[in-house]
Design a protein around this ligand. Structure first.
Ligand code: SAM
Length: 382
């Protein structure tokens, strides 16, 4: 229907052709995109010093890639977890400071969580975890928290559950979220597993080294300066009044796709660790089964993006192919974008032959043997 108005270009644009992403990206998050996706657009549409913004920032893939490329960043997500996962990977502390801070944290032997976590953790691991959690909460409450604490919080959050020995928990699935307590009990019974002791400080140090593998002193310094200037917003993407008018050169983002993913539920344990009220997050996250409700929300997000984007600035808006390809959300986004005042330049479809490891795209499409990203490219007229 739209094929005469703008090109639809299908290729494997970045998945096989681009360099390996930086190690600093390697934290898991539901439905995150690969760093190569924002990199593709940041390099084409911006120059160093420009502002790159993601209104649905998640683990912060766009912001971190933008900072790696020397761009300024603005992030927004309705879940405060997003800022906690992102900013420490832009204001990156030295490994020696991380190690000495960790060494200064007293690990108690008899601490218990205020919720039942026995299905995930050995009692001694739980006690260590609660000691670290209490330390971080207390330091923040007293105004003594700093970027080294922020790093520890980010790494610990990522190590809460997983399926290798380098996680705090017993074997859990899927990899980037915790299932419910009851489901984990059943999973342990079925698989005959019980949580064994894990050394929380060791695991945090190992992950810190892995994340910083590609971070040179020059990159650390340049990113830190950008991290100090980064603007972090924790609002509905349609109501970001803190962000000034006409300042953004490029938005690279992917919104929640109808009700495909339960962002609040999937992050319940991470929210607990970070003392985030899961009910509040649940109420604010946009989840809708109905396409017309989703479109209404997206219209207000596009009006807000129009306000914050510079004349001549771009949007790369990634949408999924959902309900087994029956709904193509880009067909909704094109008229919404135009209505808000943008020009639609193209729809880019990145098609990647499916392999097991590429499933971290979040939207997997096993039957067809491909993973696709469908991205609408728009520009605010000069
Ligand atoms: C598809 S994920 C983004 C993932 C991100 N591209 C990344 O690589 O990590 C969508 C995000 O939108 C957030 N979200 C949901 N409803 C929102 C709203 N109304 N305003 C702002 N953020 C929202 C969710 O918390 C989630 O982090």
């Amino acid at each position: 229907m739209h094929c005469n108005e703008y090109p639809i270009i299908t290729d494997e644009f970045w998945t096989s052709k681009q360099r390996q992403a930086s190690s600093i990206h390697e934290v898991s998050y539901r439905a995150c995109f690969k760093p190569q996706l924002p990199n593709f657009f940041i390099n084409r549409f911006t120059k160093p010093g420009d502002i790159v913004y993601d209104p649905f920032s998640g683990r912060g893939t766009t912001a971190i890639e933008a900072a790696l490329c020397g761009r300024n960043v603005i992030i927004n997500d309705v879940n405060p977890l997003s800022i906690m996962l992102t900013i420490p990977r832009i204001r990156i502390p030295l490994l020696k400071d991380i190690e000495s801070r960790l060494a200064s944290i007293k690990l108690y032997k008899d601490r218990k969580a205020d919720i039942d976590l026995s299905m995930f953790y050995h009692p001694d691991t739980e006690s260590e975890l609660v000691s670290i959690r209490d330390y971080l909460i207390e330091r923040k409450a007293n105004g003594r928290g700093d970027y080294v604490d922020d790093w520890l919080r980010m790494v610990a959050t990522n190590k809460l559950t997983g399926h290798s020995k380098n996680f705090f928990s017993v074997y859990t699935l899927p990899p980037n979220q915790a299932c419910s307590q009851q489901k984990q009990i059943e999973f342990n019974e079925k698989s005959g597993r019980i949580p064994s002791y894990k050394d929380t400080k060791d695991i945090i140090i190992i992950k810190s080294h892995q994340l910083q593998k590609d971070i040179s002193p020059e990159i650390r310094e340049a990113m830190f300066a950008l991290g100090e200037k980064a603007m972090c917003v924790n609002s509905d993407a349609a109501k970001t009044s803190q962000i000034p008018d006409s300042c953004v050169s490029l938005v690279v983002t992917s919104p929640p796709f109808l009700d495909v993913i339960d962002y609040a539920g999937d992050n319940w344990l991470r929210c607990w660790f970070n003392n985030i009220d899961i009910k509040e997050v649940q109420e604010s996250i946009t989840v809708t089964k109905k396409l017309d409700e989703w479109e209404l929300f997206m219209s207000s997000v596009f009006n807000e993006m129009y306000r914050v984007i510079k004349p001549g600035g771009y949007i790369a808006f990634e949408v999924g192919e959902i309900r087994k390809g029956k709904i193509k959300l880009e067909e909704s986004i094109v008229p919404i974008g135009k209505q808000a005042g943008f020009e639609v330049l193209a729809v880019i479809i990145n098609e990647q032959i499916f392999t097991k490891t590429s499933n971290i795209w979040g939207v997997s499409n096993n039957q067809k043997g491909t993973n696709t990203n469908r991205i609408v490219i728009l520009r605010k007229p000069q």
